[in-house]
Design a protein around this ligand. Structure first.
Ligand SMILES: Nc1ncnc2c1ncn2[C@@H]1O[C@H](COP(=O)(O)OP(=O)(O)OP(=O)(O)O)[C@@H](O)[C@H]1O
Ligand SMILES: [Mg+2]
Length: 235
């Protein structure tokens, strides 16, 4: 069996075991497959599409495929409230997920957690987490970096007028690639990115060769029209 066939059967077996009440969409499959085979992915998929499932299933599928002893991903997330929601969702799927700064820090450091969530500032500015990403456990087991709400690189990490950016670390996330093992893929997720912000995100995260998975929010069955009417018609 070739590795892509193995991926398909393993994914199906993992989905069966989780007993989810839905099937994966093609974009979720494409993104997860690329990510697992160490290719960067830039996914622009509408709100509520199921972007989180792309990385939530990654450690489970990687484990079944024997890609590493204890596969894990880390997620860069902008807000504590969002991380808390995603922790709950991951735990519902039976994943061990933790947030940087929680009491179980040693568990994160020793790689005993499949998904670790943290802000750009924690991942980039706190020495203990930077060091952790470069340690042997993470070099051997990290299967990828996830950057959620990636459009914030443009919205919060940059400023047009030369003022200080709201959260400058967003524009430095590309540095993470130099800390982790070379070749570790990045999965960039967002629901909203116009052409300009997409170009900035790609440049900052070095996603020039990424697999792009895009579902446009444009609704072809909705149209805006403008008609001149007289005051008389309005009565
Ligand atoms: N293939 C699928 N079919 C139906 N529901 C799905 C599918 N994949 C995921 N879901 C469900 O969709 C819901 C929303 O998923 P998720 O939070 O990942 O969306 P999102 O794309 O990250 O949205 P947002 O842009 O708001 O962050 C979750 O409850 C998840 O279980
Ligand atoms: Mg999301």
């Amino acid at each position: 069996m070739d590795e892509h066939q193995l991926f398909k059967t393993t994914l199906a077996a993992t989905m069966n075991e989780l007993e989810l009440a839905f099937c994966l969409k093609d974009e979720q499959k494409t993104a997860r497959e690329s990510f697992l085979f160490k290719k960067d992915v830039f996914a622009v998929l509408t709100t509520g599409y199921g972007k989180s499932l792309i990385y939530q299933l990654a450690p489970l599928v990687a484990k079944r495929m024997g890609l590493s002893e204890n596969p894990l991903v880390f997620v860069v997330s902008p807000l504590i409230a969002l991380m808390e929601d995603q922790l709950k969702e991951a735990k519902k799927l039976g994943l061990s997920a933790l947030q940087l700064g929680e009491p179980e820090q040693e568990q994160i450091r020793s790689g005993q957690c499949q998904i670790a969530f943290g802000s750009p500032e924690s991942w980039l500015l706190k020495k203990k987490w930077r060091d952790m990403l470069a340690n042997k456990v993470y070099r051997d087991n990290l299967i990828g970096i996830v950057v959620d709400e990636v459009h914030l690189i443009y919205k919060w990490g940059k400023t047009d007028k030369g003022d200080k950016a709201f959260r400058e670390c967003f524009s430095k996330l590309g540095e993470l690639r130099s800390i982790v093992k070379q070749g570790t893929p990045v999965l960039a997720l967002t629901a909203t990115a116009d052409l300009h912000s997409k170009a900035i995100v790609k440049k900052q995260l070095h996603l020039e060769n990424a697999t792009q998975v895009i579902v446009s929010p444009n609704r072809t069955n909705i149209r805006l029209g403008l008609t001149r009417v007289s005051a008389y018609t309005l009565d």
